[in-house]
Each structure stands twice: as C-alpha cells, then as structure tokens.
Ligand binder design. Structure first.
Ligand code: 13P
Length: 248
C-alpha cells in the first residue's frame, strides 16, 4: 500500500501576518504538486490570513500548538474548536522545542493527541532524541518510550490517519542533518513500534516524516528511504527551497 507523501513546513515564531501572506504568494507556484500533501504549520496569529491566502491551492494549514480544553479561563491559549473554525486541519504536538522550553511532558502530550483526535484535528506527533542520548546509544529505547507514552489510548484507526515526525534534536536548526540511513533506521523503528502496539496494517498506513535541517540539497536522498514518507521542515520552509523539497 503506497503512502501519500506529506511535506510540512513548521514556520515556528518567524512570520508576521504580513510576511506570512507574502511567503504564501512566493511559494504558490513552487509547491503545486498534486501527488504530495503540502502543509504550512504557522503561528496562531498567521492562521486566518494564511488560510485565506492558500484558498484554491493544494496547501492545507496546520497549527503549531493548541490547548486541551474547548473554552474557558485559559489566558493566552487557543482551542481545537477555534482552530477548526478557522480552517486548520493539522496540529503539531510534542515538538522538542515545546517539550524543552514549555515543559510539555509525555503525559500532557498524550492528552493533546487524544484531544486532537476527539476534535477532528490530525496530529503531527514529534519525537526525537538529544545528542547525549544518541551518543550513549540510548536513542532507540527513548523513541520507543516516547511513542508508547504519547499514543496511550489512541485507536488503530486513529493512528492510521495521523503523522509522526522523527526529529533528532541535534539536527534541528543546526545544519547537521541525520544521514539518510540514520533517519531511516529510526523511522523504521517507529513503524515497528506501531506494529507491536497495534498491527502491521496500522504500521503500514501511518505516515512518518523526518525533520531536522532538511533542505533542497538533502531532501531527495532522505525521501528515497522506504520508511520516510515526508518531511517536517523548519528553516528551509521559509524560503523558495521549500518548493524543491516538495518536488524532491
Ligand atoms: P530545521 O529544519 O530548521 O532544522 O527545523 C526542523 C524542525 O524543528 C521542524 O519541526
């Protein structure tokens, strides 16, 4: 069963609404590929203008974050119903920057994954190890534990519809990409973990991305690997290079 490729940009905290609209216009002719799912995960304040700007194109919009309650006294937070009403389809959950700088634990991330499914958002669940864990050769165990904890209570059908992103922390924003073999090794391990937790059908259906200094130069090799179904792109998603990655 062929998995459809998914290339997502994680714009992080970079674009003002005005800049975001201009970036959508710049990328429009470059990302027009009917064989690939293209997603822009954008800061909350950019969601409304970006949804408007991508109308009539193949691009879907994702959020970089959300909160697990539907409404109420949670100053500064944004709920799933708000995102859905604005036209958002995907949401990034468990990015290492949120785990590290905002103290998001696996227990909390599991609640977010369950809430996203209950609301109708598609999670892009991130996992990945630090340099220290990689050097101690403890990364495989770590990734397995993250996946198991974050997916507790999630059904097989839900897993089939979601996206998992392997993002080694040491490769994020560092220019130091995992080699295609290193990325493939962990993406295969994630798929095997899903097969153990669920079944092979589910493991074959879930889409797994690589993220971490992916760019126009290394995308084709990474995407040629059997268990890498796409990319989650930071820095290079803000440039015309993103079009080359979509078409790699
Ligand atoms: P870079 O592509 O800038 O390394 O960022 C990767 C990332 O964190 C995507 O979520």
């Amino acid at each position: 069963m062929a998995r459809r490729r998914i290339i997502a940009g994680n714009w992080k905290m970079n674009m003002t609404p005005t800049e975001a609209k201009a970036l959508v216009e710049t990328l429009k002719p470059l990302v027009n590929n009917p064989d690939v799912d293209v997603v822009y995960c954008v800061p909350a304040i950019d969601i409304v203008p970006v949804v408007e700007a991508v109308k009539g194109t193949n691009v879907e919009v994702g959020a970089e974050n959300f909160y697990i309650e539907d409404k109420g006294a949670f100053t500064g937070e944004i709920s799933a119903p708000m995102l859905l009403d604005a036209g958002v389809k995907y949401v990034i959950i468990g990015h290492s920057e949120r785990r590290e700088y905002f103290g998001e634990t696996d227990e909390f991330l599991n609640k977010k994954v369950l809430k996203a499914f209950a609301s109708g958002l598609t999670p892009i669940l991130c996992c990945g190890e630090s340099l220290e864990l990689r050097e101690r050769n403890a990364y495989k165990e770590w990734i397995g534990l993250q996946i198991k904890a974050d997916l507790e209570g999630v059904t097989a059908d839900q897993v089939k519809s979601m996206v998992i992103a392997y993002e080694p922390i040491w490769a994020i924003g560092t220019g130091k990409t995992a080699t295609a073999d290193q990325a493939q090794e962990v993406c295969a391990l994630i798929r095997n973990t899903i097969a153990e937790m669920y079944d092979t059908d589910t493991a074959e259906a879930v889409r797994i991305q690589y993220g971490g200094s992916m760019n126009a130069g290394n995308a084709a090799e990474l995407l040629s690997k059997p268990d890498i179904d796409g990319g989650l792109i930071g820095g290079a998603a803000l440039k015309p290079d993103f079009g080359q990655i979509v078409n790699a």
